[in-house]
Design a protein around this ligand. Structure first.
Ligand SMILES: [Zn+2]
Ligand SMILES: [Zn+2]
Length: 162
């Protein structure tokens, strides 16, 4: 790492001071996605593995987001590597990769940490929405009430139907 700053300093210098971002709380900052035309925002977070990580909730290719950020003067070495980087070695088969993406999306998405944990767990189980006794099993293992499971998976249920 050639960047001499800490992640927090680097994030302040290149993201909060330069980009039209608004603070969203819990260390997340967001702005309109610069490369796509969609409602969900592009989010930023100071990372532990990289100085600046980002998640486009509108699902634009990460390489496009990465390229745009580098054009704004953000050092590429400080940014999360795009998963679709040409020439990058895929770590997963494409089906596993899709699952990993879906899980990451919910892990970085909206909701309380419990809700996100439940959604990620449901996806890891193969995306089958838990019903009946399975809800009780999940609830017991995750230490939450069954209604929390239903609430957390509401959106996934809707998507599954649509
Ligand atoms: Zn986008
Ligand atoms: Zn940096």
């Amino acid at each position: 790492m050639a960047c001499p700053l800490t992640a927090a300093e680097c994030f302040r210098k290149y993201v909060t001071a330069r980009l039209p971002v608004a603070e969203r709380g819990k260390g997340w900052w967001s702005m309109r996605c610069p490369v796509g035309r969609h409602g969900p925002p592009l989010r930023f977070h100071a990372g532990d593995k990289v100085h600046i990580s980002y998640a486009d909730l509108g699902h634009c290719p990460e390489s496009e987001i990465f390229a745009w950020l580098v054009k704004q003067g953000v050092p590429g070495e400080c940014l999360k590597r795009p998963k679709d980087r040409p020439g990058g070695k895929p770590q997963f088969g494409s089906e596993d990769g899709k699952l990993a993406d879906a899980i990451l999306d919910v892990a970085f998405g909206d909701g309380t940490s419990t809700e996100r944990l439940i959604r990620a767990t449901v996806l890891a189980l193969g995306g089958e929405m838990p019903e009946g006794p399975m809800v009780d099993v999940l609830a017991a293992n995750l230490g939450v009430k069954p209604r929390i499971i239903y609430k957390a998976t509401e959106e996934l249920r809707r998507k599954g139907r649509g």
